[in-house]
Ligand binder design. Structure first.
Ligand SMILES: Nc1nc2c(c(=O)[nH]1)N[C@H]1C(S)=C(S)[C@@H](COP(=O)(O)O)O[C@H]1N2
Ligand SMILES: [Mo]
Length: 527
């Protein structure tokens, strides 16, 4: 049916042009992601642009995103990027109707943006990181040129001679071919990316954690209360909160991993393998980790049993003296394989607390999400100033000389964990029956310990809650309080007192710059 052309009706032509743009965009992304597997997964345009966006997002917006989307924040960001790309692709397709070359150039411009984003990542070390975006853009421009190009060609002459325009079947075949090829490339990229992470997974499977030379103190029987709705004393790995900037979780092959310790005041720089760490005397400790982005009453706190190498001992072997003993470096900067930098006071790491290079979490090698093969854990400090995951470098320097990632973004240089308490049950807006209602939750003031927890109903007097047995000052403490609930709407409020005798302040602050303060309240209606 050579006489049936589709490029005469303007509306249909525009729809097909938009579709051409979308298909060009899909081809560009699929080819780029496939190329990224060969080059470096993090060099793919979506991840590179997304990571760049994360780094440049103003702190309040990032805070809002974490608050609103929680741990789905990265998924939302990636879907957002894809949506914007899809709209732009449709736009370029429409533009191609009039300005075929300009539209193709537009696609190439996106390639340049993607390449620039990939090259400017802190973990980019090679020009080859530009290749995925460039390859994708070339593929996208070609698809757009072919599909949209012939939408504008002259229609066949009255004699039925082909004027270069698509007939319905021709366009359908070409468009389907582009779609199938893109889907194929995209699927191949997924499969290849999975295989690439295989080495890391195999290296993790091969790890047998040695028995620690120093075991964790046994958890006293009374440390874990049995109250429905209360968070368990030990947070299972699968439920442990995750906060990081990694759009793609780094998959590090432990057999190729190295940790370098160097910098100011380091007499003997060290380079350690994973086996080097496992051969040392390991310690096992229960430590509660908290994120500075945790709102009052929020979920970004968890307690785990870590196995690791005491960091202070390693530093002493390297010849490091803390500033309190005359050493020249007051800041320890840890760097991860994905370019995160975290600054920790050297004095804190070397003051006798259990600052660890952790290799194990709750009886297994670190999960990839939580930093395999090695991460730092320092009791008493928020994660962003202490808990570097996927660590590969430790540099001794000064706070004057260097600002770490979050400090550059207006968070505090030093950030000890603030005393906090949370009501886990009843939940906000619960409707318990009148009578005895168990109010229970957790309180934490890592490295100072929790001495007391008090609960208040409405504006009534503070009542001492029953504290679970104390495990260590570095772990959170559960509490409960049997409330004689009377019908009506009531506000329950909690506050804790830490091991120094200081009571949690009621002054509400935002999370930025050094952690939220204030009391947690829940409103319930007793029936
Ligand atoms: N490499 C890397 N390490 C990191 C981060 C990160 O973004 N990248 N986030 C830090 C923050 S803010 C916190 S609170 C803890 C969270 O550790 P988790 O995800 O294992 O709970 O990791 C810290 N270590
Ligand atoms: Mo954090």
């Amino acid at each position: 049916m050579p006489g049936v052309t589709i490029n005469r009706a303007p509306l249909a032509r525009r729809a097909l042009a938009g579709l051409s743009g979308l298909l060009a965009g899909a081809a560009a992304l699929a080819v780029a992601e496939l190329a990224a597997v060969a080059v470096r997964p993090e060099a793919g345009p979506v991840v590179a642009v997304g990571s760049g966006a994360i780094d440049r997002t103003p702190a309040p917006v990032k805070d809002w995103a974490i608050r609103t989307f929680g741990e789905a924040d990265k998924l939302v960001l990636q879907l957002g990027i894809l949506l914007v790309l899809a709209l732009l692709a449709v736009g370029l397709g429409l533009a191609a109707l009039r300005h075929r070359r300009a539209a193709a150039a537009g696609v190439l411009l996106f390639g340049v943006v993607g390449a620039a984003a990939a090259l400017s990542r802190p973990d980019s070390s090679s020009w080859t990181d530009a290749l995925p975006s460039v390859a994708g853009a070339l593929a996208g421009a070609a698809v757009l040129h072919v599909l949209a190009g012939r939408l504008t060609a002259a229609p066949p002459g009255a004699d039925g001679a082909d004027g270069g325009a698509w007939d319905r079947r021709g366009f359908l075949i070409a468009a389907s071919a582009a779609a199938v090829a893109s889907a194929g490339a995209g699927t191949a990229a997924r499969v290849a990316a999975g295989a690439r992470g295989g080495d890391a997974a195999a290296s993790r499977d091969a790890v047998t954690l040695p028995r620690p030379a120093s075991k964790a103190a046994p958890v006293p029987p009374g440390a874990a209360l049995r109250v429905p709705g209360l968070q368990p004393f030990v947070t299972p790995n699968k439920d442990f909160y995750r906060v990081d900037t990694a759009l793609v979780v780094p998959k590090v092959d432990a057999t190729a991993w190295r940790l370098r310790i160097h910098g100011r005041g380091v007499r003997t720089p060290l380079t350690l393998t994973f086996q080097d760490l496992l051969r040392r005397a390991l310690v096992e400790r229960d430590i509660t980790l908290t994120c500075v982005s945790n709102e009052v009453g929020g979920p970004y706190v968890g307690n785990a049993r870590w196995i690791g190498v005491p960091l202070a001992g390693l530093l002493r072997e390297a010849g490091v003296r803390p500033p309190s003993r005359g050493g020249p470096a007051d800041q320890l900067v840890s760097r991860s394989v994905d370019g995160m930098t975290i600054g920790t006071p050297v004095d804190d790491v070397m003051d006798g607390r259990d600052a660890l290079l952790a290799v194990g979490m709750n009886g297994e090698p670190l999960p990839f999400d939580h930093g395999f093969p090695v991460r730092m854990v320092v009791p008493g400090l928020y994660g962003y100033v202490s808990a570097c995951k996927w660590i590969e470098d430790i540099e001794l320097t000064t706070f004057d000389a260097y600002d770490a990632y979050w400090v550059k973004r207006d968070w505090a240089r030093e950030a000890p964990v603030k005393t906090q308490s949370r009501i886990d049950t009843p939940k906000p807006f619960a409707r318990p029956g009148a009578g005895t209602v168990m109010v229970a939750g957790v309180a934490w003031a890592q490295h100072r310990g929790i001495e007391a927890v008090e609960v208040r109903v409405d504006d009534g007097p503070w009542r001492r809650a029953d504290l679970a047995a104390e495990h260590t000052a570095d772990t959170w403490r559960q509490w409960s309080w049997p409330w004689k609930a009377t019908p009506g709407s009531h506000t329950l409020t909690v506050r804790a007192t830490d091991g120094t005798g200081a009571t949690q302040t009621d002054r509400r602050t935002r999370t930025i710059p050094d952690g939220a303060s204030g009391w947690h309240s829940v409103v319930v209606t007793v029936e």
